[in-house]
Design a protein around this ligand. Structure first.
Ligand SMILES: Cc1cc2nc3c(=O)[nH]c(=O)nc-3n(C[C@H](O)[C@H](O)[C@H](O)COP(=O)(O)OP(=O)(O)OC[C@H]3O[C@@H](n4cnc5c(N)ncnc54)[C@H](O)[C@@H]3O)c2cc1C
Length: 397
């Protein structure tokens, strides 16, 4: 799969010039991993005037954060009933303003739009649907239950097999490649050093008198990078990075998700259409993403015949007209899966200066502004706007 170059023009020149800096600076914070999570943390830290370096083993923002579908389900911080929903509600509040801020700063429109989302129920699934809709109501999110007739009025191209549906008008979406491009540009504008091709192989660590450890530097093949504080935001690769800090078995593992991209103009539907873990996301330019699979196949980013066929079949079942859509391309990405589906956002308990922000699984885009802002508060010792106790990682025994 080839991807459009992220670092063209000015951003590329800036990064290249940063690579040539002779005297190695000692930033306040060094972040390992330049996905949407690492970049969002970097942005909010830089906004607090901290000096930040981001190291990425590849090109920043080109892994799961590029591959995802960019769906942003709503939330309501005032009524959310569990920590994960509160984090979603917190991020939901930030998305529109954050997108505007990035656009004003960089001139890059990340495509954030409240397109609305519809969850579909086929034969025998209406009870599941009602239960889910009640969950949204309990959370204080506006839900409209739709009969088939109402659904067909809103989305006439939907298959006649659909039994019922509900709509979340506040369901939004963002275009991942544009968002990470905007984040990179905004980080650079705020003075963040972003170093691609710098894989962290391990850390230099000092033992303190209180029994805790202090990280002195991140080791790469070329040199060591010192900093006051370190954040591991390595997405699906986090387990091996944390092993270098003496935490061997963090339960974060890659979960492959395949995507099929079609195009069809005029768009035959306008809402994000969900059915359980699969979905159709319409983009304003006529592109349609169909996702996704959940596969435990290690770090293999292939597309498979069965994966692509299953998604194509699903897409045509939901919107029969898609049989005539143009097949543009396929790709896959590696979600950072965690057992509870929620991320770890904390300081490492055995370390005086190391943090982790990883394991966002299927929700890394939607939770990224909240994660960035809260991690910046945690790292700078400021009052947290949201309690992060539920996102702790058990330390080494
Ligand atoms: C098909 C698919 C669909 C998805 N759809 C959605 C969606 O609709 N909505 C949503 O919210 N989320 C979605 N997600 C999930 C979301 O994309 C992820 O949760 C999110 O991107 C995770 O961000 P991250 O920064 O933690 O990881 P990544 O984007 O994977 O970034 C991790 C970075 O760390 C770097 N790295 C790894 N090891 C090292 C090392 N040793 N040294 C230096 N750098 C290193 C990598 O190169 C990478 O750039 C989807 C994911 C997939 C795959």
């Amino acid at each position: 799969m080839t991807k459009p170059g992220l670092f063209q023009g000015r951003a590329s020149a800036l990064i290249a010039s940063q690579m040539n800096v002779v005297a190695e600076p000692h930033p306040d914070v060094l972040i390992v991993g330049g996905g949407v999570i690492g970049l969002s943390i970097a942005y909010f830290l830089a906004t607090e005037r901290l000096s930040v370096t981001v190291l990425d083993q590849g090109q920043p923002g080109q892994e799961a954060s590029w591959a995802g579908a960019g769906m942003l389900p709503p939330g309501n911080l005032d009524f959310a009933q569990d920590p994960a929903s509160r984090l979603r509600g917190f991020s939901h509040r930030l998305w529109a303003g954050f997108s505007r801020e990035l656009r004003e700063m960089t001139g890059i429109d990340n495509g954030y739009v409240e397109s609305g989302g519809i969850e579909l129920a086929f034969s025998g699934e209406s009870q599941r649907l009602q239960h889910e809709a009640q969950g949204w109501r309990d959370e204080g999110v506006a839900v409209e239950t739709l009969s088939f007739t109402q659904l067909r009025h809103i989305e006439p191209a939907v298959n006649g097999d659909v039994e019922s549906a509900y709509r979340l008008r506040q369901f939004a979406q963002v275009r991942n490649p544009r968002h990470v491009k905007a984040l990179v540009a905004a980080c650079l504008a705020r003075g963040v050093r972003i170093l691609p091709g710098c894989g962290v192989l391990g850390f230099k660590v000092d033992k303190q008198s209180d029994g805790r450890t202090r990280v002195l530097a991140a080791r790469t093949i070329e040199r060591d990078f010192s900093a006051d504080k370190f954040v591991v935001a390595g997405g699906a690769w986090t387990q091996s990075i944390l092993a270098g800090l003496g935490i061997p078995d963090v339960p974060i593992s890659p979960v492959r998700g395949q995507i099929v991209l079609l195009s069809s103009l005029p768009l035959p539907f306008s809402h994000v259409l969900n059915h359980g873990s699969r979905y159709l996301v319409p983009r304003t330019d006529g592109r349609i993403l169909i996702g996704s699979t959940e596969e435990h196949v290690g770090f293999d980013k292939s597309n498979t015949a069965a994966g692509v066929a299953g998604l194509l079949e699903f897409g045509q079942h939901v919107i029969p007209k898609l049989a005539n859509a143009k097949l543009e391309r396929t790709w896959s990405g590696l979600r950072p899966g965690s057992p509870i589906g929620s991320p770890y956002l904390c300081q490492l308990s055995h370390s005086s200066n190391a943090y982790v922000a990883a394991g966002h699984f299927r929700s890394g885009l939607q939770l990224s502004p909240g994660t960035g802002r809260l991690m910046a508060q945690l790292i700078t010792g400021r009052q947290l706007e949201l309690d992060l106790a539920a996102f702790q990682l058990a330390g080494p025994a």
